[in-house]
Design a protein around this ligand. Structure first.
Ligand code: NAD
Length: 487
């Protein structure tokens, strides 16, 4: 396999100015897949300058028909390379191929670009306001929506294509230009998008720029640059905090999608066997999903029964080689992430949680950054493994007394990304869902995923919303205009 190694700057596919490259590692085999141009400040400067010129001097920001045509061209180009992208995702992300039929690939291909492309026609770009009558003068007034300008988009490695398309679709549909910076672990899906933009669309040079780098500092330089109007970031809460700190100097507009530690509440009237048979779903993609419900809250009155059912579910997690379509769990992205997850297992044991299953490196998988599907019971919500995002195949089970207690525990978290409620009564489940401080909630198995559905977090899970009208508006400024009305 060989991926696109070149950056995209000012409409040209190019090596880094320094000529340097960095390795792309397959996390399932630990082998080097190939290399990618390693951008530094020289390349970043050129990319930001190109995005600035494209925004300030071309018709991109005002020509909605062009933007729609270009998004549809990019969609077509992606669809043509669908199978190559699938193989590339499995190789560089280590995600099970099964996940590419879900959020890694097929779901975003359905609507991440097409929804914003449609929204271009449907969005109310102007809104008439009431006629003013001050100081004896009558004025007509209106509010007009305009693109923000140059967006710096910084993405993580866990769902690189999905997150990149989610940003790209909305940023381009609203008329902005951008500099995309992928995570160093997974550059190829993004550099491929750069190539498709350059070779298969009429997107004017400079509107989309791609700078990959082994060095996280490039992301920071993007945040610091005064020519960048908005940072659209998805990644860890620690990096989000840092971006907010750095962005404050220029009062940079920020959209931050960060980590989570979401609660899955199973009320005492729920069908436990039916619900908990799927408890090991948190091991999907090795638990590397921000909205995973990694705290399982079950009634104390049915706790032992619940632990038994979840343990049975964990005994049968198909995991290992991500190219095997039967597997739902592959490796962690890197040795560092694997060791971080194992560190949390140690913290859980130290603080008195009961390890029901897993907790180590699987002996039958000597190569690759694997962690066993891991279940902790008797977890107290104050323990480290209940408070911090582990980003691994680890589920913690916490008992609660009644509905109020379940809501209290769910909300007693630094995070507020997602949640789930299961009950025999839809009404009761909805009532509990309404009390959760989270950006998305699934009730009795409902799926909130989709380009039209706002997604994002509260508290340490972030600021702003990806997707939907709320996501679209995030990349727009509002200008109010008034003129004297004919008397
Ligand atoms: P990360 O924060 O380490 O890195 C994310 C991106 O930020 C990378 O491109 C990285 O190079 C860049 N970066 C690192 N330091 C930077 C800095 N100081 N300034 C600017 N950019 C910087 O996160 P990660 O480990 O790649 O991804 C995992 C995290 O992402 C998890 O915490 C997960 O919950 C979160 N995540 C959140 C969502 C969401 O929608 N809320 C989605 C996916 C992942």
């Amino acid at each position: 396999m060989s991926g696109e190694s070149r950056l995209l700057i000012g409409g040209k596919l190019t090596d880094a100015a320094s000529g340097r490259t960095f390795d792309n590692i397959n996390p399932a085999t630990e082998e080097i897949l190939g290399s990618t141009a390693d951008a530094d400040l020289v390349d970043l400067d050129a990319a930001i300058a190109s995005a600035r010129v494209a925004f300030d001097t071309t018709t991109w920001s005002t020509d909605r028909a062009l933007r729609k045509r270009c998004l549809l061209q990019l969609q077509e180009a992606l669809e043509r390379e669908r199978e190559e992208i699938r193989a590339e995702l499995v190789a560089e992300v280590g995600c099970p191929v099964a996940t590419t039929y879900m959020a890694q690939l097929e779901l975003p291909l359905e609507d991440a670009l097409l929804w914003p492309a449609r929204a271009i026609d449907e969005f109310p770009w102007e809104r008439e306001l009431s006629t003013g009558n001050q100081f004896g003068m009558r004025s007509w007034r209106k509010a007009v929506k305009e693109p923000v300008g140059v967006v710096g988009a910084i993405t993580p490695w866990n769902y690189p294509l999905e997150i990149t398309l989610g940003k790209l679709g909305q940023i381009l549909a609203t008329g902005n230009t951008l500099v995309l910076k992928p995570a160093p672990d997974t550059p190829w899906t993004t550099t491929r998008i750069g190539r498709l933009v350059a070779e298969h669309t009429d997107i004017p040079p400079g509107v989309v720029n791609v700078v990959a780098s082994a060095d996280h500092a490039l992301g920071e330089a993007l945040v610091d640059d005064p020519r960048v109007d908005l940072i659209s970031f998805t990644g860890s809460t620690a990096t989000g905090r840092r971006i907010m700190e750095r962005g404050s100097a220029g009062l940079k507009r920020l959209f931050l999608e960060l980590g989570g530690k979401s609660a899955d509440i199973v009320l005492d009237d729920a069908d436990l066997p039916a619900k908990l048979a799927f408890a090991s779903f948190v091991c999907m993609h090795a638990g590397q999903g921000c909205a995973m419900t990694t705290r399982l809250l079950v009634p104390r009155s049915r706790y032992d029964e619940a632990v038994e059912l979840v343990a049975a579910s964990f005994a049968n997690v198909p995991y290992g080689d991500p190219t095997d379509p039967a597997n739902i769990q592959g490796p962690q992205i890197s040795a560092r992430q694997r060791d971080r997850v194992l560190g949390y297992v140690e913290a859980g044991l130290r603080e008195g949680a009961r390890l029901v299953t897993g907790g180590g490196r699987p002996s039958h998988l000597p190569k690759g950054f694997y962690v066993e599907p891991t279940l902790f019971a008797d977890v107290d919500n104050t323990m480290t493994i209940a408070r911090e995002e582990i980003f691994g195949p680890v589920l913690v089970m916490i008992p609660f007394e009644d509905d109020d207690d379940a809501v209290r525990i769910a909300n007693d978290s630094p995070y507020g990304l997602s949640g789930a409620v299961t009950s025999g009564s839809a009404e009761r489940a909805l009532a509990v869902a309404g009390r959760l401080k989270a950006g998305t909630v699934s009730v009795n198995g409902g799926i909130y995923y989709g380009a039209d559905v706002p997604f994002g977090g509260r508290k340490a899970s972030g600021i702003g919303r990806q997707n939907g009208v709320e996501g679209f508006e995030q990349y727009l400024e509002t200008k109010s205009i008034a003129g004297l009305a004919a008397s």
